[in-house]
Ligand binder design. Structure first.
Ligand SMILES: C[S@@+](CC[C@H](N)C(=O)[O-])C[C@H]1O[C@@H](n2cnc3c(N)ncnc32)[C@H](O)[C@@H]1O
Length: 336
């Protein structure tokens, strides 16, 4: 196995053309080192604008190595970055906040950029994830290019990056939906960081209760269990629907389960997409095979009487290299 220095050098060299392209398009948030594919499994190094985020997932990194890694990257990029190291090798990938104390400036409220838009950057916050999901960049770029004049529904919206791209791409209307107030607050913050964009709608709601009302389907409930109150929505369709669910989540209204039951998510989303419209859907579970998942998606659409006229994949960019061509994040553009 190459040393970490060598592996990082090779990763930085391989990214040179991509980084030039990204900088030219107004993007300074990207993965610099994707350890599982580049020689050090369990280690990732990302740039989020002014911040350098180093994360270990299998075992802690020797913190004595951090200054050298950081200096190597600063020299390669020609700009000094504020380093945050998060060890997430303990249970449930939780950040061990005692493992490393970053400089206060690195934990300040920072701003990164992607496709010319501004995003809040926080190396540490109440959750474990680093906010903007970098492997979805190409999908956001696709939305920005194809949203002009369209009504857009962004499901599982969190940072609302998809909504921002739709808005920047000239969408006629954008709705962002997420059930977590704290997550939607990040999306609202990102909207405020881009004041030039038209206003978007934010809906704090469970996916199943909202999408089933939009699709004019009954809201399922378990016998003997009263449903919590939920926001009332009228039935309607959107020209462009973006479905980016987490791998697994349970609520009073249903279970998000990308391995065993993608159909429960997909069906109402298909019905909420207008005739001639587009549904972009994703599946981020590594163990789900793209071919099998695509067949399942196509079958589900046909059975529902909403056959897919055209289906194209969107792959993560080259900062997420994949030796076997099977990146964990799979995204499909379905033209209905
Ligand atoms: C992987 S993130 C989606 C990332 C997002 N597309 C983005 O670009 O930032 C998953 C989101 O789904 C939300 N979520 C999980 N289960 C949900 C449910 N049943 N209804 C609504 N939102 C849900 C979580 O709050 C979280 O913000």
């Amino acid at each position: 196995m190459p040393s970490l220095d060598q592996a990082l050098r090779a990763a930085l060299d391989a990214r040179r053309p991509l980084l030039d392209e990204l900088h030219a398009q107004g993007t300074d948030c990207y993965r610099l080192f994707h350890g599982s594919q580049e020689g050090v499994p369990g280690l990732t190094i990302d740039r989020y604008g002014p911040q350098l985020l180093i994360q270990s997932f299998h075992q802690p990194l020797d913190v004595a190595l951090l200054p050298r890694l950081s200096a190597q990257i600063d020299a390669s990029l020609g700009t000094p970055l504020l380093m945050v190291y998060n060890d997430r090798s303990q249970g449930h990938s939780r950040i061990d906040r005692a493992a490393h104390q970053p400089e206060p400036a690195a934990l300040a409220e920072l701003v990164g950029h992607e496709w010319g838009l501004n995003y809040r950057v926080r190396g540490r916050h109440a959750g474990q994830d680093p906010l903007l999901f970098l492997d979805l960049r190409n999908a956001r770029g696709w939305v920005k290019q194809h949203a002009a004049g369209k009504s857009v529904l962004n499901l599982f919206a969190y940072t609302c990056g998809v909504g921002l791209c739709a808005s920047a791409g000239g969408a006629s209307e954008v709705w962002n939906l997420d059930f977590a107030a704290g997550n939607l607050a990040v999306g609202k913050e990102n909207a405020a960081l881009n004041p030039q964009l038209p206003a978007m709608r934010f809906i704090q709601s469970d996916y199943f209760s909202a999408i089933r009302q939009l699709a004019d389907l009954p809201i399922a409930h378990r016998r003997g269990h009263r449903l919590p109150s939920y926001e009332r929505l009228e039935q309607r369709q959107f020209d462009l629907v973006f479905l980016d669910p987490p791998a697994w989540a349970k609520s009073a209204f249903g279970t998000v389960d990308l391995l065993r039951d993608y159909q429960s998510l997909l069906k109402p989303a298909l019905l909420t997409t207008a005739e001639g419209g587009v549904l972009v859907c994703s599946n981020n579970l590594a163990k789900v095979d793209m071919g099998e998942w695509r067949d399942q998606v196509m079958r589900c659409a046909s059975k529902l009487g909403r056959p897919v006229r055209d289906c194209q994949p969107i792959f993560p960019a080259a900062d997420f290299p994949s030796r076997d061509g099977h990146a964990p994040l799979k995204t499909l553009i379905l033209h209905l």
